[in-house]
Design a protein around this ligand. Structure first.
Ligand code: C5P
Length: 232
């Protein structure tokens, strides 16, 4: 799988995302569409951005009974997204059903990756709220291994975990890593960050970058800087 920079298009409306994408005249970045934009603008937003020539990571993090996830994934596959995701905590059977739903008649399908534990969940919340008593690193690697076992392509993880995920699940198992910041940039609310160059060194396959690009004075220059550090 090729290394790429995915721009997190966390905008509240179609108008805002389209005027942002209008800035890119020479390149067609891979874009991440999350719940806010998808639920607000509807599936049509995916078709429109796709029609402009962008690859799309649809970040909806599905988690339901296997049959429902399978049917929902069939719909997302029909939207022709390039990457989508689910929660590994939905079980191996749910992940297998997701792949069945996602696979098109010709055998192709979008890349499917799993969320292991959300980075907003810490050890304390995991133990007290979810009654999971194992160390969080072990839980993350176990969920990643479950995703691999179900036939998924990879996981979303911190760039700091990408090396260990590759050690556990193989070097071809894809790591998609948010929490990326420029060395001279604001880290905002992200706690554990890496630069694009560091993420490349540690073996991330895709970096997801939001505000360092969307909030930059010159978003195209910021995107190019990410590509220069991470891909080239
Ligand atoms: O603006 P920023 O670069 O922090 O955006 C990162 C993107 O990655 C956001 O869309 C955020 O929701 C997402 N994300 C994250 N950390 C995770 C999972 C997803 O920052 N653990």
């Amino acid at each position: 799988m090729g290394k790429d920079v995915i721009i997190a298009c966390d905008f509240p409306s179609k108008e805002k995302v389209m005027s942002f994408l209008d800035l890119f005249t020479d390149e067609k970045p891979f874009v991440k569409i999350g719940m806010e934009l998808f639920y607000g603008a509807g599936p049509e937003i995916v078709r429109e951005i796709k029609a402009r020539g962008h690859k799309i990571f649809l970040d909806l993090k599905l988690h339901d009974i296997p049959n429902t996830v399978k049917s929902a994934m069939a719909v997302l596959s029909g939207l022709d997204v390039d990457m989508t995701n689910l929660h590994a905590s939905g079980t191996v059977r749910m992940m297998e059903a997701a792949i069945e739903g996602l696979t098109r008649a010709d055998g192709t399908r979008p890349i499917l990756i799993a969320v292991t534990q959300l980075t907003s969940t810490d050890q304390e919340a995991m133990e007290n709220d979810l009654l999971i008593k194992e160390p969080i690193d072990k839980v993350v690697m176990h969920y990643a291994a479950n995703a691999a076992k179900a036939g998924l392509d990879g996981v979303v993880c911190s760039p700091l975990e990408a090396g260990k995920v590759h050690d556990t699940c193989g070097k071809d198992f894809v790591t998609v890593t948010p929490g990326v910041r420029f060395a001279d940039g604001d880290i905002g609310d992200q706690k554990r960050v890496m630069t694009p160059a560091e993420a490349k060194k540690i073996g991330s396959d895709y970096i997801v970058v939001g505000r360092p690009i969307t909030g930059a004075t010159d978003p195209v220059a910021a995107y190019r800087r990410c590509v220069a550090e991470f891909v080239d």
